[in-house]
Design a protein around this ligand. Sequence first.
Ligand SMILES: O=c1ccn([C@@H]2O[C@H](COP(=O)(O)OP(=O)(O)O[C@H]3O[C@H](CO)[C@@H](O)[C@H](O)[C@H]3O)[C@@H](O)[C@H]2O)c(=O)[nH]1
Length: 479
Amino acid sequence: MAVSTNHHVVLFPYMAKGHTIPLLQFGRLLLSHCDKEPTISLTVTVFTTPKNQPFVSEFLSDTPEINVISLPFPENISGIPPGVESTDKLPSMSLFVPFTRATKLLQPLFEETLKNLPQVSFIVSDGFLWWTSESATKFKIPRLFFFGINSYASAVLKSTFHHKLFTEPEIKSDTEPVTVPDFPWIQVKKCDFHDIPSDPKQSGPAYELFMDQVMANSKSHGSLVNSFYELESAFVDYEKNDSDRPKSWCIGPLCLTDPPKPGSAKPAWIQWLDRKREEGRPVLYVAFGTQAEISNEQLKELALGLEDSKVNFLWVTRQDVAEIIGEEFNDRIRESGMIVRDWVDQWEILSHESVKGFLSHCGWNSAQESICVGVPLLAWPMMAEQPLNAKLVVEEIKVGVRVETQDGSVQGFVTREELSRKVKELIEGDTGKNARESVKEYSKMAEAALVQGTGSSWKNLDLLLKELCKSREPDAKRC
Ligand SMILES: O=c1ccn([C@@H]2O[C@H](COP(=O)(O)OP(=O)(O)O[C@H]3O[C@H](CO)[C@@H](O)[C@H](O)[C@H]3O)[C@@H](O)[C@H]2O)c(=O)[nH]1
């Protein structure tokens, strides 16, 4: 067994928590893989910006060997408040395009820094940081892109746009179900793609940015998918069989790479969940990721729906619920609910025995975390590819129940009656019971996917490292 040269991998996450977290987890996975497979030795460098560095360093505090480099975030970007370096701090997600465009100003310094780093074997950068593809080409480094989405969403998106499903012939209705040609058992609606600016007729800054990303990604060596084969095999195979597209590797679920946390003091919400366990009351966990924007009117209806359901709930939100709907709400739910506005360890909450359901926007990290821990979902998608994730969860793998809007559109209003009914259905009803049984099966498959030597994701990562590291070593033939 020849011990190899030391390889160096650069990771460049997009400045959004839902994109940064899985790439940091990937850094950790790379190191642990190489610990178990000593024929490959590597070091990892993560690029970020100063205001994101504390989060990144704290997240990686168990892995001090990962090097973190901060590049100053561009200043004076029209519309972006000074000091905002992460999408969760943007006043509105409507600033996504100028914010993302601004990242290109990091390119000269990124390239200057690359010149002074030990030779890089490959770069993994977010698909939103399209310009990193150009840097990688300049330095002749293979680049993999990462969007954080699953194969189901990416296959359905591709099939829909390839077959011009909504444009030829033009479908005006936002809510008319249309069959996806490559997956005839799936129907989608125009509103499922509301946030994806892929229609050339809607040309403008969002479409141009989207196309820059598509072009850069098509020139990349491949992509990483935070998912596992057994969860969505038909869609992984569809991606694999597309010879026009760079190769993709399913290497997840990345959330399972997080180490157990050292026994520190329990936060108040975990103590509250402990109490619910003693009382024998199931708890619904409610959280919508780091970017969702909920109007005050909808927030109020959500709060009242939770209250009406009589199911105990732990609600993590960035919004000030009491200010929006009045202190009396807090008084009324004092026993049955807890509202938290801090950053929480979501994995710790989901893993708590009291949590029996997750009302989620179906951001892919949240949905997959719930699947891994064996908690069924109440799917309320709000933006981006979340409507497709919700379809995967509810229709394809049947580990959840869907919240319906009044007008059937993704952006529509959800009434308190609908919410309360679906909460009860998930926690107490037969659909919830079936979803709970299914999700436990997927949870076992998720664990198995990462098992050394036999897991599908483990094997994929091993192949990837052989392709990008071992085969490029000077003595490659001997390995
Ligand atoms: O207090 C908190 C809040 C969030 N999280 C974590 O933050 C991540 C949030 O990610 P996700 O659930 O995917 O939500 P978003 O932040 O909304 O994710 C964006 O990025 C995802 C990955 O590309 C997409 O699937 C979503 O549509 C997009 O909105 C998850 O790992 C959570 O566990 C915490 O740990 N604590």
